[in-house]
Design a protein around this ligand. Structure first.
Ligand SMILES: NC(=O)c1ccc[n+]([C@@H]2O[C@H](COP(=O)([O-])OP(=O)(O)OC[C@H]3O[C@@H](n4cnc5c(N)ncnc54)[C@H](OP(=O)(O)O)[C@@H]3O)[C@@H](O)[C@H]2O)c1
Length: 350
């Protein structure tokens, strides 16, 4: 028996990857309904050797569906996810709309599957940067007791969505033959070519701002999410997390330089042994390391350059790269759906 599945945001970078992951993992889909904005109404989405026509959201859109995968902006999910639950579908929401709601489980199946048991129809999936980090932190926390985590991210443009990928492509073409100008600071001053999504040029540049600033504390939304989501998933509400999120001109793949300080000493060899058998983690041993181009299109959270931090006792330094559209979005969403099925939890409790 298969399931009736809806995807909201089926034309986006996360939604397109969901379609691929459902096919690859042979998720039992009897009916697929694809939704996007009015811009994409009528667009054909290839699925299962055929195509599905994209619709806009409207009354009754979710009637009869078992599962809705929300791959849309938070403003859209905030309105439509509760309507999908009211229509009887379980919602897995990839946006930030419900992640910080205590009543909504925020799930990474390798880590906190047990939280699925308390769902009331809605399950949230974390931000792509959090999803690159927590599969590595969890086994280190279990073994050594995390005390403090310092993270600098190098985030790809697909983490911002399809418009950002187009912006990087367009600027890269425009800047290609202008290396002399690129060596002059004034080049980054407005007006510059085609910047709509980011506040500064992203091609041949790095931007130490991912998403908007949250308020007086100087954090961006992405940094705030990394702190709050890491604590919620690891069930460590007091954990000290110090993030600095940076956008880089990479198409797919988020990377993180991490210092993990623990209560008990973990040697690099012990940490490698632990990470080598951690679920969902691919270890690169010794001085080897993954890069975004190594991991794009792969499922694991890749970790390498595990070493002692020379600046602190009981601290490890390591490097992570992970495909933000696979584990960082679509794969985690489908793994949550699979975990619900395994536990017979794909239904809205009364
Ligand atoms: N990209 C990542 O790595 C990643 C990782 C984790 C979580 N997320 C979250 O996943 C969600 C989707 O992100 P994305 O990166 O895939 O963005 P995206 O590429 O910009 O795609 C957004 C999708 O939402 C659709 N949409 C926009 N307004 C809509 C409306 N009013 N009604 C119905 N559909 C609407 C868009 O349709 P059109 O194509 O017609 O505009 C598109 O299909 C966001 O909440 C994001 O924060 C993304």
């Amino acid at each position: 028996m298969g399931y009736r599945v809806g995807i909201v945001g089926a034309t986006g970078v996360a939604g397109s990857e969901i379609v691929r992951v459902l096919e690859e993992r042979a998720f039992a889909v009897d009916e697929l309904r694809a939704f996007a904005s009015p811009r994409s109404e009528g667009r054909q989405i290839p699925f299962g050797g055929s195509t599905v026509q994209c619709r806009v959201l409207s009354d009754g859109a979710f009637d009869g569906l078992d599962l809705v995968l929300m791959e849309a902006p938070a403003e859209v999910a905030g309105v439509w996810a509760p309507r999908a639950v009211a229509a009887g579908a379980v919602v897995i929401d990839n946006s930030s709309a419900f992640r910080y709601d205590e009543a909504v489980p925020l799930v990474v199946p390798e880590i906190n599957n047990q939280d699925l048991a308390r769902h009331r129809g809605m399950i949230a999936s974390p931000n792509c940067t959090t999803l690159a980090l927590v599969p590595v932190l969890k086994p280190l926390d279990d073994a050594g007791g995390l005390r403090r985590v310092v993270v600098t991210s190098y985030q790809s443009v697909s983490g911002t969505g399809h418009a950002a990928v187009a912006e990087l492509e367009q600027q890269t073409r425009a800047f290609m033959d202008r290396t002399e100008q690129l060596a002059r600071a004034a080049f980054a001053q407005p007006p510059f070519d085609g910047a709509v999504v980011y506040p500064k040029p992203i091609a041949f540049n790095v931007i130490p701002q991912a998403d908007d600033f949250t308020g007086d504390d100087g954090l961006t939304k992405e940094e705030w999410k990394l702190i709050v989501e890491t604590r919620k998933i690891l069930n460590r509400p007091e954990l000290s997390v110090s993030p600095f999120c940076v956008r880089v001109p990479v198409v797919v793949g988020h990377s993180l330089a991490v210092i993990a300080e623990t209560e008990r000493t973990l040697s690099p060899a012990a940490a490698e042994e632990i990470l080598g058998s951690a679920p969902g983690v691919t270890l690169w041993t010794g001085q080897t390391y993954p890069t975004p181009l190594d991991v794009a299109g792969t499922d694991g959270t890749h970790v390498g350059r595990v070493r002692k931090d020379p600046g602190a006792d009981k601290a490890l330094a390591l490097w992570i790269s992970s495909d933000n559209l696979r584990k960082g979005a679509a794969l985690n969403n489908v793994q949550i759906a699979e975990a619900l099925l395994e536990r017979d939890l794909l239904r809205v409790p009364h």
